[in-house]
Ligand binder design. Structure first.
Ligand SMILES: Cc1cc2nc3c(=O)[nH]c(=O)nc-3n(C[C@H](O)[C@H](O)[C@H](O)COP(=O)(O)OP(=O)(O)OC[C@H]3O[C@@H](n4cnc5c(N)ncnc54)[C@H](O)[C@@H]3O)c2cc1C
Ligand code: SF4
Ligand code: SF4
Ligand code: SF4
Length: 340
């Protein structure tokens, strides 16, 4: 491992993001490093010399200003966004999903209709998120639900980056991510003067952004293991009071907010985007009844996927609209919260 870096380049990423505890763990910088010098090991780690190409700083969702074009375009789309409560019609998805299973159903609709070849999602191993490209129903279903620790989502795209194989470069993909991960993708998709975007973001045909208030350090899982029978923990759900854990036998416990506060990641304390405002489609539980997903459809790409899935019966809509006030209140809470 190399510990001296020329500035700018990895030196800037290290001093401005990593050393300040702002890294979200998205891992997008590591797939941008053309020389494969930067690898992801819980955080980006420099293995060789940095050529100061700056690509890692350009795509990092915590470095620099958000592109003005991106902000302007999405402000306009936001004005025309449609908001719905919806639910999957697929029993297999409903059994394992977090809320209404809309996320997994939209991906399954796109995959089964041949609109995409795969979906970048966060699978799970030993309760930790493991990024994969799901290309079957079974792979999608096994990655449904929520992990409240960072998923290095973009690692799934390593073999599709410039150094990857030709087939990888031809793939059409969907992607699910937290707001910081969606911003990372949009940073890659800001067109240059010739209209080109950074590879491999051109492969992502639509994305689904999750609502997100915060995530926890991996030490939280270790802490829970000392208190709870985590082998039998089946579902985790954050609520206003804390983390609800449901076990295989149907019993539940609540880990209260006061107990979990210290495990909130430092990068999440500076984050102000609750609803994934740069996503094609945003999804969350806030605003909808239990068992339903709140869905915000923002872009043409999002509209095509959502209306197709609705038309083909993959999802159904609740007659009642989501509660806008709840979503607004939580968005404001995130912007205004204590940043320590
Ligand atoms: C860390 C985190 C915090 C959240 N906080 C809130 C909140 O405060 N308020 C709220 O209303 N909603 C929040 N959500 C979103 C909510 O929990 C559901 O994911 C959303 O409602 C979609 O439900 P669904 O049943 O349609 O999803 P499902 O069909 O179950 O699909 C869930 C998708 O999320 C992906 N995923 C799971 N964990 C991660 C992860 N760590 N990183 C990236 N992708 C992941 C899975 O791969 C899957 O594709 C949060 C989600 C996450 C991951
Ligand atoms: S992407 Fe460029 S600036 Fe960043 S570490 Fe790699 S070579 Fe250095
Ligand atoms: S936030 Fe993402 S892009 Fe930025 S340093 Fe961390 S892993 Fe790299
Ligand atoms: S709170 Fe912000 S930084 Fe933290 S995981 Fe969610 S979107 Fe990313």
């Amino acid at each position: 491992m190399i510990d001296h870096y020329p500035v700018p380049g990895f030196g800037t990423l290290k001093s401005e993001i990593l050393d300040k505890g702002l890294c979200t763990g998205c891992s997008i910088c590591t797939i941008m490093c053309r020389f494969e010098n930067l690898v992801f090991e819980d955080l980006p780690v420099m293995k060789q010399e940095c050529s100061s190409c700056q690509l890692c700083n350009i795509v990092c969702p915590r470095a620099g200003e958000i592109s003005q074009k991106l902000q302007k375009d999405w402000e306009i789309l936001d004005r025309h966004a449609i908001i719905r409560s919806a639910r999957s019609t697929d029993e297999g998805i409903l059994k394992v999903c977090q809320d209404g299973g809309v996320t997994t159903s939209l991906l399954w609709y796109a995959l089964s209709r041949g609109l995409i070849d795969g979906a970048v999602v966060s699978g799970v191993k030993d309760l930790k998120p493991v990024p994969i490209i799901a290309s079957t129903y079974q792979e999608l279903v096994s990655s449904a639900g929520v992990r409240y620790s960072p998923s290095p989502t973009y690692q799934a795209l390593l073999s599709h980056s410039r150094n990857g194989n030709v087939k990888g470069r031809e793939a059409r993909l969907g992607l699910v991510g937290t707001p910081c991960q969606i911003l990372a993708l949009r940073n890659m998709q800001v067109p240059d003067i010739e209209g080109a975007v950074l590879e491999p973001s051109d492969l992502i045909k639509f994305n689904i952004g999750l609502f997100c208030m915060e995530q926890f350090d991996s030490s939280f899982l270790e802490y829970l293991k000392t208190k709870i029978d985590m082998q039998n923990a089946k579902k985790f759900k954050m609520t206003g009071n804390g983390l609800n854990i449901t076990f295989a036998d149907g019993s539940k416990i609540l880990v209260e907010n006061a107990e979990i506060r210290n495990f909130v990641r430092s990068n999440c304390r500076v984050c102000v985007d609750f609803t994934s405002k740069y996503a094609d489609i945003s999804v969350g539980s806030a605003g909808s009844p239990t068992g339903w997903t709140t869905v915000i459809i923002r872009s043409d790409a999002g509209r095509a996927i959502y209306s197709g899935a609705l038309r083909c019966g993959h999802i159904i809509e609740n007659q009642k609209s989501p509660n806008h006030m709840t979503i607004e209140r939580l968005s404001k809470k995130k912007i205004g919260r204590d940043r320590i």
